[in-house]
Design a protein around this ligand. Structure first.
Ligand SMILES: [Zn+2]
Ligand SMILES: [Zn+2]
Length: 371
């Protein structure tokens, strides 16, 4: 199964002509999952090879505008371009994000009189008080007079509390993926997401089975399911004799804005990530300012990647002062390649690849081979 990650916006604070605001898409077999949706994400999508209509799930790391302001508009445009099938009702778009996201969308869509041709549901993560400074707590704003009635296309969403045993939020578990969220520290409660593909059991060696005189039938299913079977001649056949090696699932982790991790959840959820996407808003020389604004520098991102033993670190969410690689000139004062160098230096000897994200960069995530 093919899997890749495409960056639609890699700038912080606002979209500029050179860097869009935060948004990236994880694509698996044509299914697109959108992570963050800054202003202008829909036009970035149109410029990319991706189709907005393929977005089935949206994950919002936190409620700052550069990660969220594009969402109502994107949903409306997807709806405009939808040609409803007379036989099949449109699927519900599941949106995951921090507490407050449901109200934001409900109010934005309702006040603008926006109707969608598909249903949506917002599943909210309950933040904890240690995810942001005390003056940024949201609770007081939320208990006021917000409308409690659902938007016409809104379906009731889940409210997901922190699972204290694992220090994570379980968002989704199906036959292909397990998706969890974890806590980060920022000016507003921020989250990261870990998408773990399930391991795939190895294929049956049908040639060997035929050589042993075993004909296709329920026996194949039992072996594939891990059961030993006794053949007519009394021979006991174990699954590992006829099953090829299983293929380990891939893991992709996307962290929202942060100056620190909160709790044990992030390291547990991101352990062994094939790709770890981490912000690096400012260079190491501006570390104090970065942390003051709830952000990270390249060496801070590298520390997280090192602790997780990630295979590849992708830096994004750059201050707009850092121009994309293609626009950099020799001797530039704010040279974005300096950010990669700083992360590489912090990771010396780890053999981890560091990538600078640019708008429209696609990173393939190949199937893992054991040997
Ligand atoms: Zn941001
Ligand atoms: Zn932010």
């Amino acid at each position: 199964m093919s899997m890749d990650l495409t960056f639609l916006g890699t700038g912080s604070a606002y979209p500029s002509p050179h860097r869009g605001a935060s948004a990236l898409v994880l694509r698996t077999e044509g299914d697109c999952w959108l992570f963050d949706c800054g202003e202008g994400t829909q036009t970035q999508l149109m410029k990319s090879q991706l189709k907005a209509s393929r977005i089935t799930k949206v994950f919002i790391t936190h409620l700052h505008g550069d990660h969220l302001f594009g969402l109502p508009g994107l949903l409306c445009t997807v709806s405009l371009n939808l040609s409803p099938s007379p036989t099949q009702p449109p699927a519900c778009v599941d949106i995951y994000g921090p507490q407050g996201l449901r109200h934001f969308l409900r109010v934005a869509l309702s006040l603008s009189g926006s109707q969608l041709l598909f249903p949506y549901a917002v599943h909210e993560l309950e933040p904890t008080a240690d995810q942001c400074p005390p003056d940024s707590q949201l609770a007081a704003m939320l208990d006021s007079s917000f409308s409690e009635s659902l938007h016409p296309q809104e379906r009731p969403g889940r409210t997901i509390p922190l699972d204290v045993t694992r220090d994570c939020y379980t968002l989704l578990e199906d036959e292909r993926f397990v998706v969890v969220a974890f806590r980060l520290f920022h000016r507003l409660p921020s989250f990261g997401f870990s998408v773990q593909e399930r391991d795939r059991s190895g294929r049956l060696n049908t040639q060997l089975l035929r050589d042993l005189g075993v004909k296709p039938g329920p026996i194949y299913g039992r072996l594939k399911g891990g059961e030993s079977v006794t053949l007519e001649n009394g021979r006991v056949l174990t699954p590992d004799e006829v099953l090829e090696e299983s293929v380990p699932g891939r893991k992709v982790c996307v962290l929202g804005d942060c100056s620190a991790l909160v709790g044990e959840g992030p390291l547990w959820a991101c352990q062994g990530a094939d790709v770890l996407v981490h912000e690096a808003t400012l260079a190491d020389g501006h570390r104090e300012r970065a942390v003051e604004h709830g952000h990270s520098t390249p060496s801070m991102a590298a520390e997280v990647a090192r602790a997780c033993r990630a295979r590849k670190l992708v830096l994004y969410h750059f201050s707009q002062r850092y121009k994309p690689l293609s626009l950099c000139t020799e001797g530039e004062e704010d040279d974005v390649t300096e950010l990669r160098r700083q992360a590489e230096e912090a990771l010396q000897g780890m053999g981890m690849e560091v990538v600078l994200a640019d708008d429209f960069l696609t990173i393939p995530i190949p199937i893992k081979r054991l040997h």
